[in-house]
Write a protein that binds this ligand. Sequence first.
Ligand SMILES: [Zn+2]
Ligand SMILES: [Zn+2]
Ligand SMILES: [Zn+2]
Length: 251
Amino acid sequence: MNGTKLIECPHCRSFATIREKPQYNSVDCWNCSMCFCLGCSNRPHFPLTCEQFAIWMEKFEHQRYLELSRTDPNSVFMCQCGNILHHSNKTWKVSCRACGTKYNWKLHSKFDDERIKCTNFADEYTPNYIAAEYSDICLPVYEMRFDANFFYDLKQHLKSSSVLNSGLLISNFKLALHLIELGFAWLYLTKAQKPDEWTTLKTLLSQLQSLVDSITTAVRNGLPVVNANQKAAELKKLVGIIMNELSNVHI
Ligand SMILES: [Zn+2]
Ligand SMILES: [Zn+2]
Ligand SMILES: [Zn+2]
C-alpha cells in the first residue's frame, strides 16, 4: 500500500486515514473503538483470509441454527423467502428481517394468511454443516466471546484470587478465545491440503483450549483458579507461539 488511504468505519460511519497496511489487516475505529477487517469490514478474522472467513461464517451460522433447533425444535424456522428465523417461544409475533413477512410464531403461519407457513429448518436427519469435532469447540468459544456476563464474572473472580496482573490475563484470555475459534476454523478449512504447520498448530491449539477450559470451569463453578499466575504465564506464552506460527502460514 502506498501513501495514505481513506477508510470508513462500518459501525459508526466515521472516516479516518491510515498510512500503512496494519498487521493482521484489521483496525480499531478511533471514534467508536470497534475493530474491523479492512478487506471485508467484518470483525477481525486472523488467520483466515476474507474469502475463507466468508465460507466459514456461512457454514458456522447454519451449524449454530442447527444446534439451536436440536435443543429446541420450535425455535428455528425458514421464512418463505429462504431466510432463517430464530425466536424463543415467548414471542408470538415475528417479522422476517429479510423480506418483512410477519408470522404468528404460535401457529408458525403468516399473520394475514394462515395457509402460508414457515417451514422447518432442520429435522433429526439433517447432517452437520461443520463436523462435530470442530463445531463442538468453535461454537461454545464463539458464544463465550460475545457473552458480557461471562467477562464480568471473570473480572470479579480474578479480583478475589491472587493474580498478579489480571488485566494482562484477561486480554490474553480474549486473544486465546479468538485464536481457538478461528484457529480451529482454519484447521477445518485446510484439513484437505494439510499445510506443513497443520499438525503442530492442532497440538498447540488443543493445548490452548484445555488451558482456557480449566480457567473457564473454575469461573463457572465459583472455584479459585489453581496456580493462576502459572496459568497466566502459560497462556501468554502459548498465545505468542500460536500467533507466530499462524503468521508464517501461507495458505
Ligand atoms: Zn466506528
Ligand atoms: Zn476480511
Ligand atoms: Zn423472509
